[in-house]
Ligand binder design. Sequence first.
Ligand SMILES: NC(=O)c1ccc[n+]([C@@H]2O[C@H](COP(=O)([O-])OP(=O)(O)OC[C@H]3O[C@@H](n4cnc5c(N)ncnc54)[C@H](O)[C@@H]3O)[C@@H](O)[C@H]2O)c1
Length: 439
Amino acid sequence: MRIAMIGTGYVGLVSGACFADFGHRVCCVDKDARKIDGLNAGVMPIWEPGLEALVKANVERDRLTFTTDLPAAVEGTEAVFIAVGTPTRRGDGHADLTFVFEAVRELAKVMKPGTVVVTKSTVPVGTGDQIEAILKEEGVTGVSVASNPEFLREGAAIADFKHPDRIVVGAQDRHAEDVLKEIYRPLFLNRAPILITGRRTAELTKYAANAFLAVKISFINEIANLCEAVDADVQDVARGIGLDNRIGPKFLHAGPGYGGSCFPKDTLALLKTADNAGVDQRIVRTTVQVNDDRKAEMVDRVARALGGEVKGKRIGVLGLAFKPNTDDMREAPSIPLVHGLLERGATVSAFDPVARNQAEQVLSGVEFAADAYEAANGADALVIVTEWDEFRALDLDRIAASLNGKLLIDLRNVYDRSEAEGAGLTYYGVGRGRPPALQ
Ligand SMILES: NC(=O)c1ccc[n+]([C@@H]2O[C@H](COP(=O)([O-])OP(=O)(O)OC[C@H]3O[C@@H](n4cnc5c(N)ncnc54)[C@H](O)[C@@H]3O)[C@@H](O)[C@H]2O)c1
């Protein structure tokens, strides 16, 4: 199949490279010329494990190309995927579809009958209908509009794309369904379940999935608070409930609250969709509130461990990206934490294995360290914010020797208290019994 991918970000680039790897001919388009120039020179715009090798292999086989020229990319394609950003709209919290509609209007000028336009971006229910209306307005006929939401996770994006739990296709006509089935054929040869639904159902499925995962995270975070009050261990509670097949072990890790480019904006957009439809979604609304509060509370948590004040203290921060194995800083819990510490008069020395460049764009006034030990050097407390693998096996004796205050605040429960205490550190985890100050 010949495919155009409009938007060459985390989703578009990974999806485009994987489709090319299936054997399709893919042209990725982006309006960001720097991104495209970089890709044409072999430079990845994002940090994602395995991506560079996958892109290189498919470029070499002439199956994957990059351009800023949308008409040229779309020429002769059977399917055009839209994978542009759908950020939160300023003012009302709904998904901002400006980039999607801009792309559709550009497409309209060059669309040929028989092409399938597929939204891979996360878009609110009814967006497919709006796209159809725009195409009609622009005089385009004979084009199908389908929805194919993407469920990949940054940091494991290629594996997720190639071995998905399911593929969801929302199609209103047989032609769109057939084209998408053909594109994904290599995956269902691998027995990946494909769910064919109406377009609106597919659009909503993506939001329901993200909202449910966000609920799970906020649920365990509230249980963690209870564990701290009643001297129980949330790690064991999570394991005890997660082993139940009806619940499952994933997304039950207590921590500093969810961030990233999806959960925060998608939960807000789902609430807006529900408001517009006159249907309250109390569980999701509360989840958003719980998570916002949690992210804001992390500064207090650090302050409490330091006896109530961070002013004049030096805090080492390990991990800035919103999760490990990515350089994505969007809505990262590190942002309100670091800003809060700085606002209250602390000095922050931070280290992230790959997100420094992205972090420099959103965090000012931070000292960036070259590694974990440098971040700890002379600090009154060390806070683990993102659970990168390299923070799982730190030499705690060396950390303790570098630190001034001997405090380890582990917001990801990477260490055991006994291990940290063995190195002479005072340990604060999340939801792991009563915090030391209250004992
Ligand atoms: N990042 C994730 O983990 C993830 C997972 C699943 C779904 N999604 C969804 O996928 C969509 C894309 O997310 P992302 O993280 O890849 O975004 P991103 O910001 O990394 O990439 C979007 C790209 O689209 C480009 N673009 C915007 N308008 C364009 C136009 N008219 N023509 C060509 N290019 C254009 C931008 O320059 C940018 O490079 C969003 O709707 C998001 O919710 C993201």
